[in-house]
Design a protein. Sequence first.
Length: 476
Amino acid sequence: MLAISWKQMYKKTIFRQLLFTYLLIIIVVMGVIALALSWGYSDYVFKEKKQELQEAAVKTDELINNYYENRINYKELNESLDLLGYMTNARIYAVKLTKQALAKENLTLGQENLDSYLLEDLKVILEGREAFRKTQYSDSLHTNIVFLGIPLRTGTEIEGAILLFSPLDELHTNIARINLLIWLSALAAILLSGLIIYFISLRISRPIKIIEETAMKLGAGEAVADLNLNTGDELERMAESFNQMKNKLGAAENMRREFIASISHDLRTPLTSINGFVQGMLDGLVEPEDTAKYLGIIRQETKHLLTLTEDILELAKIQSGSISLCRSYIVVKPFLEEIVENTGLACNTKSIQFKVNCAEDLEVYADKERLKQILVNIIGNSLKYTPQSGRITIIVETSREVVRFKVRDTGQGIASEELPFIFERYYRGNKSQSLSTGGTGLGLNIAKTFVEMHGGRIYAQSEEGVGTEVSFDLPK
């Protein structure tokens, strides 16, 4: 049995991050709400209790004044106070007291000694203020109480104090019951939210998991179908982008394989030819008068090998990022004529006519060697596919912002379905003719790369049987 590490068991995933993050938020929020409700309810209960005691104290003061004025007798006073105490769950005392009497140490309340905390509160009450204790332990009552005391007044004179003592047991029981209900509700909300969050996190993370698994299969070289995620959000657009990337990679891989197969053929054929002719010469199978002819063939095949090698080396430089531009102002027309003359394009075996249409003083700001390579690659491509006695025209125009180069031929043209791919790396259209004309499928891609390095763009239009026009714009 394989051991599973702790990291494997608790591997960080989008699902876990979503689940735990949202669950933590819900727990914190519900905890804060529950605490606020608990505190709020407790505060409300004590405020209500204080108000209730205040109303009872005022009523007590009123009853005592009625007794002093003979509106009620002593029995009615006691019965009213007992009823009031029952209704408020409080003991009510009316104490006639002066500040001088308060200084004595043997004060009693009913038959019991006065609690020590009352001495300070009675001083406050006899000064005409209210005394209130939200929670106080009473030695005489042997329990926690709510205490309220107000001055006992007859007219404008303070003759003593009205004291109310209410046990906290019932209040605490009610508060605990409501708090339990609040926290149970919070727990239920957390559990329900956790269940909802679980399914939402699963729904969000599942497409990401599918994309991850598909990407891993693709990376391993397996054939995978297009992703179909109907989520209607960024994940669906991510899947669409992934499909586009996958299809482009697939096309690039197919072109790469075709390139390898083609380049192998293009390398093998001239090497086999050169080896055969050299071996024939060494073995004395070639007549002396035919030596020059076969050396010419060997030279031609060597040139073909050099072209292939240069394209591959140029691609390696581009991929490594080691190419930089050295720009200068170039007078275009003599530059084009020099390219046609020095590269031997005009002296071709198919008697193709070259024509340059460009203003004498037109200049472009570009890297001379790279611009030459762009033009040679484009013109060389036109030369391959233009038939005997055809025509290639190089046109250079200028506008306010760019200098536009056009290479127009009267060749066989390019099929509309192949036209969007001619600047792709390794792409070689019309496979049967590509084998006969040679090439790596890199020329136009290299030209495109150099044009874009200059900040320009390259494009083409073509009609089968009529010809092709490849154009590129360079900033002035």
